[in-house]
Design a protein around this ligand. Structure first.
Ligand code: ADP
Length: 220
């Protein structure tokens, strides 16, 4: 089956980041074109992807020949070679690709890509570092922070909130967080309702302002 037009993605740079992204979206049914200057990398990933090409994307004409301007999304997965990352991003902007994602390896690199006009800039190592910091310091099992200071956390339930139905526990008014899901040992996750009673040892999913969620997860 052919993927819809909005599920066509060009990935430039098939290093660790680019190739895992390309493979993941291929598995989800996306039509992915992977490009790299390194023919060994292209060879390695050509079986897994819908299309793969050896090309230097700092040349706008090369991008045009590969039809990248017809893609709705493109990811610049070049880190180490900052000059190439900037040139390729600029070429994609020039080609008016509607969704350009770019990976940066430093905050300065990220700032340049943002000023250039990349629609989304990701800093995988910094973002993962911050996330792991949350996991290391507390009892959080998973932590995702969204823009605007809002987070979603998987954590072992603090004992303070066990034994009463959530509707009466005042978790929201006291701690500013909302419990959205709950998992008993050995069971699957289910939605939390006002009647749900959290027991010792339950794992819960909590949302709220980052600071509130952090404070809540540190309660005992
Ligand atoms: P990672 O850490 O994810 O492996 P790298 O920055 O090391 O990221 O890898 C980037 C990849 O992008 C490399 O495989 C490199 O060959 C490729 N690349 C670099 N410059 C270009 C370019 N101008 N056109 C296409 N691919 C490029």
């Amino acid at each position: 089956a052919k993927a819809p037009a909005d599920q066509r993605l060009a990935v430039i740079g098939l290093g660790r980041f680019g190739s895992s992204l390309a493979n993941e979206l291929t598995q989800r049914g996306w039509d992915v074109l992977g490009i790299d200057t390194d023919d060994r990398l292209v060879q390695k990933h050509s079986d897994g992807l819908a299309h793969a090409a050896v090309a230097d994307c700092t040349d706008p004409e090369v991008l045009r020949q590969l039809g990248v301007h017809e893609f709705t999304s493109a990811v610049v997965a070049i880190g180490t070679d900052i000059e190439a990352s900037i040139l390729v991003t600029s070429n994609l902007l020039e080609a008016e690709v509607p969704n350009i994602w770019a990976k940066a390896i430093s905050r300065q690199h990220g700032q340049i890509l943002e000023r250039l006009g990349a629609h989304h800039v990701v800093l995988p190592e910094y973002e993962m570092g911050e996330r792991v910091a949350h996991l290391v310091t507390g009892r959080m099992l998973d932590f995702i922070e969204f823009d605007d200071d809002f987070a979603l956390v998987k954590t072992v339930a603090p004992e303070l909130v066990t034994g009463v139905p959530l509707g009466r526990s005042q978790v929201r008014s006291k701690y500013g967080v909302t419990v959205v899901g709950i998992k008993r040992p050995g069971e699957d996750f289910t939605y939390a309702t006002a009647e749900t009673v959290i027991e010792k040892g339950d794992v819960i999913i909590v949302t709220g302002k980052t600071h509130a969620v952090e404070t809540f997860a540190d309660l005992s």
